[in-house]
Design a protein around this ligand. Structure first.
Ligand SMILES: *Cc1c(COP(=O)(O)O)cnc(C)c1O
Length: 386
């Protein structure tokens, strides 16, 4: 028997080692990784500089409670603010970052209603789960946290119908990741922000999957001409060391005064030493330009494959966060299995989307290799279908 809860559907596969953008399983088979461990390993596996930073810090001090100053938190927070007036709170995961965002929004506004969107994903804890607009994720866990309302993504009228003077916040992903790599329309996002301003509600952007360079800018919101009141980070922030962050405009700082919120482990020295270096490495113009170039290369290649293939409905995404929407949701699993057999790891999103989240350090050659495998598998499956 297994002594683990069966809450994950696990493959009979264990990765034992990783270097750069490659994983090696228990049989020594190599895989080109287009998952980054679900958008986490943005700088790839076994990065020498990150290894060194972690090793140095591990010999100095692992943990101090948040009863003491922490210059690593200060340094990272300053980098995350990117010259704007945002202050940070550090925690250990995405769900926790969103919990903090929800709590801050209610405390700062004195209101309780939070509006989120269908097919969103914000995490599994009670607040974050209640914010998540998917029935399947709520099932069996009711009653949820009260006063969450879900409206359709990318539509304005349903949102207008529910936003009011009792609304604390509107919370959204600008690219729904788990929901199927669905991009928010730029004008819609600006209209959402205007509605927030009109009613005194806060705009919360969940950048847990899109942030830390994933889409070719450090934050994806930089493309939308909006300024969130609060935004959240996690996945790519620690390159595999558990760490999350909630950032809010400095004017919200007093609502999270001493004693209002906290976490024992949040922002500990080991985590922050790595996060600080990750942010420094990724927030560089040439690094982000390179992500855009490789994203474009991958997107263009996928588009070409899609043109000649009846199994693919669309290709979409931004930077190195891309989705291949399939016509038939039943082909997703066999597609993933065959890609894996050919040595390429990809993720699923929504019902019928293959999601590609390669490490941002993926090389041009590796993008080409990945494309070759995708083309081969799609061609053989579409032949088999005829
Ligand atoms: C993964 C994810 C979360 C949850 O993060 P955890 O670290 O698993 O709690 C929340 N929001 C988005 C957009 C995510 O992609």
């Amino acid at each position: 028997m297994s002594y683990l809860f069966p809450n994950y559907q696990r493959k009979e596969l264990e990765m034992m080692e990783g270097f750069q953008n490659t994983l090696i399983d228990q049989n020594g088979k190599h895989y080109l990784d287009f998952t980054s461990g679900i958008g986490v390993m943005n700088l790839g596996y076994n990065d020498p500089e990150l290894n060194q930073v972690l090793q140095d810090q591990s010999k100095r001090l692992w943990h101090t409670p948040n009863l003491y100053e922490n210059h690593l938190q200060e340094q990272t927070a300053e980098k995350l603010a990117k010259g704007k007036e945002y202050v940070s709170y550090f925690c250990n995961s995405g769900a926790e970052a969103n919990e903090a965002a929800i709590k801050l929004a209610r405390k700062a506004t004195g209101r309780s209603k939070i509006i989120t969107f269908t097919n969103s994903f914000h995490g599994r804890t009670y607040g974050a789960m209640s914010a998540t607009g998917q029935n399947s994720i709520h099932q069996g866990f009711e009653p949820l946290v009260p006063d969450f309302t879900y409206v359709p993504f990318n539509e304005l009228e349903p949102l207008k119908a529910v936003v009011d003077q009792q609304t604390a916040a509107v919370m959204l992903e600008l690219i729904q990741g788990e929901g199927g790599v669905v991009l928010a329309d730029e004008q819609w996002v600006q209209a959402v922000q205007s509605l927030c301003h009109e009613f005194g509600a806060l705009l919360i952007i969940d950048e847990i999957q899109t942030g830390i360079g994933r889409t070719g800018t450090f934050y994806v919101y930089e493309n939308y001409q909006v300024e969130p009141d609060i935004f959240t980070l996690a996945k790519g922030l620690g390159n595999g060391i558990p760490v999350g962050a909630m950032l809010g405009k400095a004017c919200l700082a007093e609502s999270f005064g001493p004693g209002s919120h906290g976490s024992t482990f949040g922002g500990n020295k080991l985590a922050m030493s790595v996060a600080c270096k990750v942010v420094e490495r990724i927030d560089q113009e040439n690094f982000l330009q390179d992500v855009q170039n490789k994203g474009h290369q991958l997107y263009t290649g996928l588009k070409q494959i899609a043109e000649n293939n009846p199994l693919i409905r669309s290709v979409r995404g931004k930077g190195l966060m891309l989705g291949i929407e399939l016509v038939d949701q039943d082909t997703v699993k066999s597609m993933m299995d065959q890609l894996e057999a050919e040595g390429l790891l990809v993720l699923k999103a929504g019902q019928n989307v293959l999601r590609l989240l390669p490490p941002l350090t993926i090389t041009e050659e590796e993008v080409d290799q990945g494309l070759e495998i995708v083309e081969k598998v799609f061609n053989s499956l579409s032949q088999a279908d005829l």
